[in-house]
Design a protein around this ligand. Sequence first.
Ligand SMILES: *Cc1c(COP(=O)(O)O)cnc(C)c1O
Length: 385
Amino acid sequence: MRKPRLMTPGPAMVPEDVLLELARPVIHHRSAEAKDVITEVSAGLKEVLQTKNDVMILTASGTGAMEAAAVNTVPPGGKALILNAGHFAARWASICKAFEINAVSLDFEWGQAVDPDRVAEALKANPDTVCVMGTLSETSTGTGHPVEAIGRVVAETPAVFAVDGISGVGAMECRADDWGIDLLCVGSQKALMLPPGLAFISVSPKAWAKIDSFESHSYYFNLKAARSKMKEFDTPYTPAHTLILALRTALRRIKEEGLENVWQRHRRMSEACQAGVQALGLELFSSRPAEGLTAFRIPAGLKDSQIRNKLTERFGIATVGGQGKLKGHIVRIGHMGYTDEIDVIGTIAALEMTLAELGVDIEPGRGVTAAQHVLMGQASAVGQG
Ligand SMILES: *Cc1c(COP(=O)(O)O)cnc(C)c1O
Protein backbone atom coordinates (compact mmCIF):
# COMPACT_ATOMS: atom_id res chain seq x y z
CA MET A 1 0.00 0.00 0.00
CA ARG A 2 1.24 3.45 -0.89
CA LYS A 3 -0.29 6.85 -0.24
CA PRO A 4 0.12 9.18 -3.19
CA ARG A 5 2.08 12.27 -2.22
CA LEU A 6 2.37 14.89 -4.92
CA MET A 7 5.61 16.62 -3.90
CA THR A 8 5.86 18.31 -7.28
CA PRO A 9 6.10 22.05 -7.98
CA GLY A 10 2.69 22.05 -9.61
CA PRO A 11 0.29 20.50 -9.77
CA ALA A 12 0.49 20.24 -6.02
CA MET A 13 -1.68 18.56 -3.38
CA VAL A 14 -5.26 19.74 -2.91
CA PRO A 15 -6.93 19.71 0.54
CA GLU A 16 -9.98 17.50 1.11
CA ASP A 17 -12.47 20.34 1.62
CA VAL A 18 -11.36 21.90 -1.67
CA LEU A 19 -11.72 18.54 -3.46
CA LEU A 20 -15.21 18.10 -2.06
CA GLU A 21 -16.32 21.40 -3.60
CA LEU A 22 -15.50 19.90 -6.98
CA ALA A 23 -17.99 17.07 -6.38
CA ARG A 24 -21.01 19.39 -6.02
CA PRO A 25 -23.70 19.60 -8.71
CA VAL A 26 -22.84 22.19 -11.33
CA ILE A 27 -24.65 25.52 -10.89
CA HIS A 28 -25.35 28.03 -13.66
CA HIS A 29 -22.50 30.43 -14.24
CA ARG A 30 -24.74 33.51 -14.64
CA SER A 31 -26.75 32.77 -11.47
CA ALA A 32 -26.79 35.00 -8.41
CA GLU A 33 -24.93 32.27 -6.55
CA ALA A 34 -22.11 32.26 -9.11
CA LYS A 35 -21.87 36.05 -8.85
CA ASP A 36 -21.64 35.83 -5.06
CA VAL A 37 -18.81 33.35 -5.40
CA ILE A 38 -16.87 35.60 -7.80
CA THR A 39 -17.48 38.57 -5.50
CA GLU A 40 -15.93 36.68 -2.59
CA VAL A 41 -12.99 35.19 -4.51
CA SER A 42 -12.27 38.55 -6.09
CA ALA A 43 -11.62 40.01 -2.63
CA GLY A 44 -9.63 36.94 -1.61
CA LEU A 45 -7.43 37.12 -4.71
CA LYS A 46 -6.68 40.80 -4.07
CA GLU A 47 -5.48 39.84 -0.61
CA VAL A 48 -3.31 36.96 -1.83
CA LEU A 49 -1.79 39.04 -4.63
CA GLN A 50 -1.53 42.05 -2.27
CA THR A 51 -3.20 44.44 -4.65
CA LYS A 52 -6.03 46.94 -4.66
CA ASN A 53 -6.37 46.51 -8.42
CA ASP A 54 -8.82 44.15 -10.04
CA VAL A 55 -7.71 40.57 -10.49
CA MET A 56 -9.06 38.93 -13.65
CA ILE A 57 -10.04 35.29 -13.55
CA LEU A 58 -9.16 33.38 -16.73
CA THR A 59 -10.09 29.82 -17.55
CA ALA A 60 -6.69 28.59 -18.63
CA SER A 61 -3.49 27.20 -17.17
CA GLY A 62 -1.00 29.74 -15.87
CA THR A 63 0.47 30.34 -19.31
CA GLY A 64 -2.87 31.88 -20.35
CA ALA A 65 -2.26 34.71 -17.88
CA MET A 66 1.25 35.21 -19.29
CA GLU A 67 -0.13 35.38 -22.81
CA ALA A 68 -2.80 37.86 -21.65
CA ALA A 69 -0.15 40.07 -20.03
CA ALA A 70 2.03 40.12 -23.15
CA VAL A 71 -0.50 40.45 -25.93
CA ASN A 72 -2.64 43.06 -24.19
CA THR A 73 0.16 45.43 -23.18
CA VAL A 74 2.62 45.25 -26.08
CA PRO A 75 1.46 45.89 -29.66
CA PRO A 76 3.05 43.91 -32.51
CA GLY A 77 6.50 45.36 -33.14
CA GLY A 78 6.61 46.82 -29.62
CA LYS A 79 9.52 45.97 -27.38
CA ALA A 80 9.63 43.67 -24.35
CA LEU A 81 12.60 43.00 -22.08
CA ILE A 82 12.76 39.38 -20.93
CA LEU A 83 14.60 38.63 -17.68
CA ASN A 84 15.73 35.26 -18.90
CA ALA A 85 17.07 32.94 -16.23
CA GLY A 86 15.28 29.67 -16.86
CA HIS A 87 12.81 27.58 -18.80
CA PHE A 88 9.73 29.54 -17.72
CA ALA A 89 11.33 32.93 -18.32
CA ALA A 90 12.09 31.70 -21.83
CA ARG A 91 8.36 31.09 -22.26
CA TRP A 92 7.87 34.87 -22.19
CA ALA A 93 10.14 35.06 -25.25
CA SER A 94 8.16 32.32 -27.03
CA ILE A 95 4.91 34.15 -26.35
CA CYS A 96 6.41 37.37 -27.70
CA LYS A 97 7.57 35.56 -30.83
CA ALA A 98 4.07 34.19 -31.42
CA PHE A 99 2.61 37.71 -31.26
CA GLU A 100 5.41 39.47 -33.16
CA ILE A 101 6.54 41.36 -30.09
CA ASN A 102 10.18 42.43 -30.30
CA ALA A 103 11.72 40.51 -27.38
CA VAL A 104 15.10 41.62 -26.05
CA SER A 105 16.48 38.87 -23.86
CA LEU A 106 18.58 39.77 -20.83
CA ASP A 107 20.21 36.45 -20.03
CA PHE A 108 21.32 35.17 -16.65
CA GLU A 109 22.87 31.86 -15.78
CA TRP A 110 20.27 29.27 -14.81
CA GLY A 111 20.16 28.92 -11.03
CA GLN A 112 21.35 32.51 -10.50
CA ALA A 113 19.07 35.36 -9.53
CA VAL A 114 18.29 38.26 -11.87
CA ASP A 115 20.52 41.26 -11.07
CA PRO A 116 18.41 44.46 -10.76
CA ASP A 117 21.42 46.64 -11.77
CA ARG A 118 21.63 44.84 -15.09
CA VAL A 119 17.90 45.38 -15.56
CA ALA A 120 18.46 49.11 -15.02
CA GLU A 121 21.28 49.13 -17.61
CA ALA A 122 19.18 47.22 -20.12
CA LEU A 123 16.31 49.66 -19.69
CA LYS A 124 18.68 52.58 -20.26
CA ALA A 125 19.88 50.91 -23.45
CA ASN A 126 16.28 50.16 -24.48
CA PRO A 127 14.24 53.20 -23.43
CA ASP A 128 11.43 52.17 -25.78
CA THR A 129 10.70 49.01 -23.74
CA VAL A 130 6.96 48.67 -23.23
CA CYS A 131 7.00 45.73 -20.81
CA VAL A 132 9.59 44.01 -18.64
CA MET A 133 8.77 40.33 -18.25
CA GLY A 134 10.14 38.59 -15.18
CA THR A 135 9.57 35.65 -12.87
CA LEU A 136 8.99 35.49 -9.11
CA SER A 137 9.84 31.82 -8.64
CA GLU A 138 11.65 30.20 -11.58
CA THR A 139 10.34 26.69 -11.15
CA SER A 140 12.80 25.13 -13.60
CA THR A 141 15.80 26.05 -11.45
CA GLY A 142 14.17 26.50 -8.04
CA THR A 143 15.26 30.15 -7.90
CA GLY A 144 13.47 33.07 -6.28
CA HIS A 145 14.21 36.37 -8.03
CA PRO A 146 14.48 39.78 -6.28
CA VAL A 147 11.21 41.04 -7.72
CA GLU A 148 10.88 43.88 -5.20
CA ALA A 149 14.23 45.40 -6.25
CA ILE A 150 13.52 44.86 -9.96
CA GLY A 151 10.11 46.48 -9.50
CA ARG A 152 11.76 49.62 -8.11
CA VAL A 153 13.93 49.84 -11.22
CA VAL A 154 11.06 49.35 -13.66
CA ALA A 155 8.79 51.79 -11.80
CA GLU A 156 11.15 54.65 -12.71
CA THR A 157 10.66 54.01 -16.42
CA PRO A 158 7.63 54.16 -18.72
CA ALA A 159 7.68 50.34 -18.98
CA VAL A 160 5.27 48.10 -17.11
CA PHE A 161 6.46 45.12 -15.09
CA ALA A 162 4.80 41.77 -15.78
CA VAL A 163 5.69 39.01 -13.36
CA ASP A 164 5.13 35.29 -13.75
CA GLY A 165 4.17 34.50 -10.17
CA ILE A 166 2.62 31.20 -11.17
CA SER A 167 4.56 29.04 -8.72
CA GLY A 168 5.58 31.87 -6.40
CA VAL A 169 2.40 33.61 -5.31
CA GLY A 170 1.11 31.98 -2.14
CA ALA A 171 4.48 30.28 -1.58
CA MET A 172 6.64 33.32 -0.97
CA GLU A 173 6.25 36.95 -0.07
CA CYS A 174 4.96 38.94 -3.00
CA ARG A 175 3.24 42.33 -2.82
CA ALA A 176 2.00 43.40 -6.23
CA ASP A 177 1.23 47.03 -5.39
CA ASP A 178 4.09 47.77 -2.98
CA TRP A 179 6.63 46.12 -5.26
CA GLY A 180 5.56 47.86 -8.46
CA ILE A 181 4.24 44.78 -10.23
CA ASP A 182 1.85 45.96 -12.93
CA LEU A 183 0.71 42.54 -14.13
CA LEU A 184 0.98 39.59 -11.75
CA CYS A 185 0.22 36.18 -13.28
CA VAL A 186 -0.82 33.23 -11.11
CA GLY A 187 -1.98 29.68 -11.83
CA SER A 188 -4.41 27.66 -9.74
CA GLN A 189 -2.42 24.42 -9.45
CA LYS A 190 0.63 25.59 -7.55
CA ALA A 191 0.53 27.22 -4.11
CA LEU A 192 -3.17 28.06 -4.33
CA MET A 193 -4.10 24.43 -3.59
CA LEU A 194 -6.39 23.80 -6.57
CA PRO A 195 -6.27 21.52 -9.58
CA PRO A 196 -5.10 23.09 -12.86
CA GLY A 197 -7.57 25.13 -14.91
CA LEU A 198 -7.66 28.70 -13.62
CA ALA A 199 -5.28 31.60 -14.09
CA PHE A 200 -5.35 35.00 -12.42
CA ILE A 201 -3.89 38.31 -13.43
CA SER A 202 -3.82 41.62 -11.60
CA VAL A 203 -3.63 44.76 -13.69
CA SER A 204 -2.38 48.15 -12.44
CA PRO A 205 -3.54 51.56 -13.70
CA LYS A 206 -0.14 51.95 -15.46
CA ALA A 207 -0.81 48.68 -17.29
CA TRP A 208 -4.40 49.66 -18.16
CA ALA A 209 -3.06 52.82 -19.82
CA LYS A 210 -0.93 50.64 -22.13
CA ILE A 211 -3.81 48.24 -22.69
CA ASP A 212 -6.20 51.06 -23.57
CA SER A 213 -3.74 52.61 -26.02
CA PHE A 214 -4.26 50.01 -28.80
CA GLU A 215 -6.53 47.21 -29.96
CA SER A 216 -4.99 43.94 -28.90
CA HIS A 217 -4.98 40.95 -31.24
CA SER A 218 -6.28 38.75 -28.46
CA TYR A 219 -9.84 37.54 -28.37
CA TYR A 220 -10.20 34.94 -25.61
CA PHE A 221 -7.55 36.57 -23.42
CA ASN A 222 -8.71 40.13 -24.05
CA LEU A 223 -8.25 41.99 -20.77
CA LYS A 224 -10.58 44.84 -21.75
CA ALA A 225 -13.39 42.32 -22.13
CA ALA A 226 -12.43 40.72 -18.81
CA ARG A 227 -12.40 44.13 -17.10
CA SER A 228 -15.86 45.13 -18.27
CA LYS A 229 -17.36 41.83 -17.07
CA MET A 230 -15.41 41.83 -13.82
CA LYS A 231 -17.18 45.11 -12.91
CA GLU A 232 -20.29 42.93 -12.47
CA PHE A 233 -18.33 40.03 -10.95
CA ASP A 234 -18.75 38.09 -14.14
CA THR A 235 -16.51 36.73 -16.91
CA PRO A 236 -16.86 37.19 -20.70
CA TYR A 237 -17.17 33.46 -21.43
CA THR A 238 -18.23 30.41 -19.42
CA PRO A 239 -15.57 30.11 -16.73
CA ALA A 240 -14.51 26.88 -15.03
CA HIS A 241 -16.80 27.95 -12.22
CA THR A 242 -16.65 24.58 -10.51
CA LEU A 243 -13.00 25.43 -9.93
CA ILE A 244 -13.97 28.94 -8.83
CA LEU A 245 -16.17 27.38 -6.13
CA ALA A 246 -13.20 25.33 -5.01
CA LEU A 247 -11.06 28.48 -5.14
CA ARG A 248 -13.40 30.08 -2.61
CA THR A 249 -12.66 27.28 -0.16
CA ALA A 250 -8.90 27.43 -0.84
CA LEU A 251 -8.88 31.22 -0.31
CA ARG A 252 -10.84 30.83 2.92
CA ARG A 253 -8.15 28.44 4.12
CA ILE A 254 -5.44 31.00 3.31
CA LYS A 255 -7.42 33.73 5.07
CA GLU A 256 -7.86 31.56 8.13
CA GLU A 257 -4.16 30.75 8.34
CA GLY A 258 -3.21 34.35 7.51
CA LEU A 259 -1.19 35.19 4.40
CA GLU A 260 1.94 36.11 6.36
CA ASN A 261 1.73 32.79 8.19
CA VAL A 262 1.33 30.98 4.88
CA TRP A 263 4.53 32.65 3.61
CA GLN A 264 6.28 31.84 6.90
CA ARG A 265 5.22 28.17 6.67
CA HIS A 266 6.64 27.93 3.16
CA ARG A 267 9.88 29.54 4.30
CA ARG A 268 10.20 26.93 7.05
CA MET A 269 9.37 24.06 4.68
CA SER A 270 11.98 25.24 2.20
CA GLU A 271 14.66 25.78 4.85
CA ALA A 272 13.95 22.33 6.30
CA CYS A 273 14.05 20.69 2.88
CA GLN A 274 17.27 22.48 1.94
CA ALA A 275 18.89 21.49 5.24
CA GLY A 276 17.79 17.88 4.81
CA VAL A 277 19.08 17.65 1.26
CA GLN A 278 22.40 19.30 2.10
CA ALA A 279 22.95 17.10 5.16
CA LEU A 280 22.90 14.16 2.74
CA GLY A 281 25.81 15.70 0.87
CA LEU A 282 23.62 16.82 -2.01
CA GLU A 283 24.19 20.18 -3.64
CA LEU A 284 21.39 22.71 -4.05
CA PHE A 285 21.09 23.87 -7.64
CA SER A 286 20.07 27.45 -7.00
CA SER A 287 22.17 30.16 -5.39
CA ARG A 288 18.95 31.92 -4.29
CA PRO A 289 16.36 29.20 -3.64
CA ALA A 290 12.67 29.86 -4.09
CA GLU A 291 10.43 28.92 -1.20
CA GLY A 292 7.94 26.62 -2.90
CA LEU A 293 10.41 24.03 -4.15
CA THR A 294 13.93 22.68 -3.66
CA ALA A 295 16.15 21.68 -6.58
CA PHE A 296 19.29 19.60 -6.01
CA ARG A 297 21.95 18.21 -8.30
CA ILE A 298 21.95 14.49 -8.92
CA PRO A 299 24.90 12.74 -7.26
CA ALA A 300 27.55 11.48 -9.69
CA GLY A 301 26.85 8.02 -11.09
CA LEU A 302 23.08 8.19 -10.63
CA LYS A 303 20.27 9.01 -13.03
CA ASP A 304 17.38 11.22 -12.00
CA SER A 305 14.95 8.52 -13.13
CA GLN A 306 16.50 6.02 -10.69
CA ILE A 307 15.90 8.37 -7.78
CA ARG A 308 12.49 9.57 -8.86
CA ASN A 309 11.13 6.16 -9.86
CA LYS A 310 12.13 4.63 -6.55
CA LEU A 311 10.55 7.52 -4.64
CA THR A 312 7.32 6.93 -6.53
CA GLU A 313 7.25 3.14 -6.69
CA ARG A 314 8.31 2.50 -3.12
CA PHE A 315 6.90 5.53 -1.29
CA GLY A 316 4.24 7.04 -3.57
CA ILE A 317 6.17 10.32 -3.62
CA ALA A 318 6.09 12.17 -6.93
CA THR A 319 8.94 14.61 -7.69
CA VAL A 320 10.12 16.08 -10.99
CA GLY A 321 13.41 16.14 -12.85
CA GLY A 322 15.02 18.95 -14.82
CA GLN A 323 13.56 20.82 -17.79
CA GLY A 324 15.31 21.93 -20.96
CA LYS A 325 19.07 21.89 -20.52
CA LEU A 326 18.70 20.71 -16.91
CA LYS A 327 17.04 17.45 -17.97
CA GLY A 328 18.88 14.63 -16.22
CA HIS A 329 20.87 16.98 -13.99
CA ILE A 330 18.56 17.91 -11.13
CA VAL A 331 15.65 16.63 -9.06
CA ARG A 332 13.02 19.08 -7.83
CA ILE A 333 10.90 18.57 -4.74
CA GLY A 334 7.80 20.74 -4.47
CA HIS A 335 6.59 21.90 -1.06
CA MET A 336 4.00 24.45 -2.00
CA GLY A 337 0.41 24.90 -0.95
CA TYR A 338 -1.07 22.06 1.05
CA THR A 339 2.24 20.84 2.49
CA ASP A 340 3.20 20.39 6.11
CA GLU A 341 6.24 19.47 8.18
CA ILE A 342 5.58 15.75 7.99
CA ASP A 343 5.37 15.86 4.18
CA VAL A 344 8.85 17.37 4.08
CA ILE A 345 10.33 15.12 6.78
CA GLY A 346 8.77 12.08 5.13
CA THR A 347 10.15 13.05 1.74
CA ILE A 348 13.65 13.52 3.15
CA ALA A 349 13.38 10.14 4.94
CA ALA A 350 12.28 8.47 1.71
CA LEU A 351 15.11 10.18 -0.17
CA GLU A 352 17.62 8.83 2.37
CA MET A 353 16.36 5.27 1.96
CA THR A 354 16.24 5.67 -1.81
CA LEU A 355 19.81 6.93 -2.06
CA ALA A 356 21.11 4.30 0.38
CA GLU A 357 19.44 1.55 -1.61
CA LEU A 358 20.93 2.93 -4.80
CA GLY A 359 24.35 2.51 -3.25
CA VAL A 360 25.09 6.10 -2.22
CA ASP A 361 27.23 6.19 0.92
CA ILE A 362 24.93 8.10 3.25
CA GLU A 363 23.89 7.70 6.82
CA PRO A 364 20.09 7.38 7.01
CA GLY A 365 18.67 9.85 9.52
CA ARG A 366 21.11 12.68 8.89
CA GLY A 367 18.84 14.54 6.50
CA VAL A 368 15.79 14.02 8.68
CA THR A 369 17.67 15.25 11.75
CA ALA A 370 18.81 18.38 9.95
CA ALA A 371 15.27 19.08 8.75
CA GLN A 372 13.87 18.49 12.24
CA HIS A 373 16.38 20.90 13.74
CA VAL A 374 15.23 23.62 11.36
CA LEU A 375 11.58 22.93 12.11
CA MET A 376 12.05 22.71 15.88
CA GLY A 377 14.23 25.82 16.07
CA GLN A 378 11.89 27.93 14.06
CA ALA A 379 8.75 26.37 15.50
CA SER A 380 9.83 27.35 19.03
CA ALA A 381 10.83 30.81 17.80
CA VAL A 382 7.34 31.20 16.34
CA GLY A 383 5.84 29.97 19.64
CA GLN A 384 7.77 32.56 21.62
CA GLY A 385 6.84 35.35 19.23
C1 LIG B 1 3.94 26.01 -13.80
C2 LIG B 1 4.55 27.25 -14.28
C3 LIG B 1 4.20 27.85 -15.49
C4 LIG B 1 3.29 27.20 -16.48
O1 LIG B 1 2.05 27.13 -16.05
P1 LIG B 1 0.95 26.25 -16.79
O2 LIG B 1 -0.11 26.26 -15.75
O3 LIG B 1 1.54 24.91 -17.06
O4 LIG B 1 0.56 26.97 -18.01
C5 LIG B 1 4.78 29.05 -15.84
N1 LIG B 1 5.68 29.62 -15.05
C6 LIG B 1 6.06 29.08 -13.89
C7 LIG B 1 7.09 29.78 -13.07
C8 LIG B 1 5.52 27.88 -13.47
O5 LIG B 1 5.90 27.33 -12.31
